[in-house]
Design a protein around this ligand. Structure first.
Ligand SMILES: N[C@@H](CCC(=O)N[C@@H](CS)C(=O)NCC(=O)O)C(=O)O
Length: 238
């Protein structure tokens, strides 16, 4: 029999299940405060009421490129999640793992059609915006093609604008939408969107040109799960 334990109790329950299944060994999140992909995971973990030990990997000091870190993540990327049983890599895979392991509260809506829609929104950010504005890509543009900071700014502005224009159009077309990217509750789409909005602001892009995205971002930032995941709230924030 399914018992509706309520949202608050479910978060506590997740914490208990997690604690007992890992014999009180805390999960470790290898991450960096300003990393968008790490930010995604922090939001999802908070939404699901899960706490982890914070292991800072300083991208500014290229700590992710050391042999020691590559033994954890062979690609030399943050984030990685050490569950106590295995090390998970790649934020989309880790988010899907969290959703399967801790299904409540759900980050995906019921129904294959709705799930495809939410996953598509997440992929717009995760596959098409974030990867081409990543640190290593920008370094390559600087070092191999002599891009100066104006060129880097133009590059990032172009690809963020292109992706956000499409995301805004999807939001506008969804007449049943509530305050979030999909429906009335935060979903996987918001987990991807909010860190990308944060990154756009860091590149001095005026996000008010996308009023629906700005409104979704504002709605998310009312919630503790999003507030506490913000880059400047992290222990390694400079
Ligand atoms: N597809 C990977 C990408 C991870 C990723 O790009 N991480 C960035 C930080 S947001 C990173 O570690 N970049 C290192 C670099 O570019 O040198 C994931 O989603 O986990």
């Amino acid at each position: 029999m399914d018992v509706d334990v309520g949202a608050e109790s479910q978060l506590l329950l997740n914490q208990c299940v997690y604690s007992s299944s890992f014999d009180w060994v805390a999960m470790k999140l290898y991450n960096f405060f300003r990393s968008g992909t790490s930010h995604r995971l922090r939001i999802a973990l908070n939404l699901k009421g899960l706490t982890t030990d914070y292991v800072a990997v300083d991208l500014r000091k290229e700590a992710h490129l050391t042999d020691a870190f590559k033994a954890i993540h062979p690609q030399g990327f943050v984030p990685a999640l050490d569950t106590g049983e295995q090390v998970l890599i790649q934020s989309p895979a880790i988010l899907e793992w969290l959703e399967e392991k801790y299904p409540t509260p759900a980050l995906l809506p019921p129904g294959a059609d709705a799930r495809a829609h939410v996953r598509a929104m997440a992929a717009m950010v995760g596959c098409d915006i974030h990867p081409i504005n990543n640190r290593r890509i920008l370094m390559y543009l600087r070092q191999q093609f002599g891009a100066n900071e104006d060129a880097i700014q133009a590059w990032c502005t172009t690809w963020i604008t292109d992706g956000f224009n499409a995301y805004e159009a999807l939001l506008a077309a969804d007449k049943h939408r509530g305050a979030f990217s999909y429906g009335d509750a935060p979903s996987l789409a918001d987990v991807y969107l909010v860190p990308q909005v944060e990154s756009a602001r860091r590149f001095n892009i005026d996000v008010t040109q996308w009023p629906l995205i700005a409104a979704v971002d504002a709605a998310c930032l009312q919630l503790d799960a999003f507030k506490q995941a913000a880059p400047m709230q992290q222990p390694d924030a400079a």
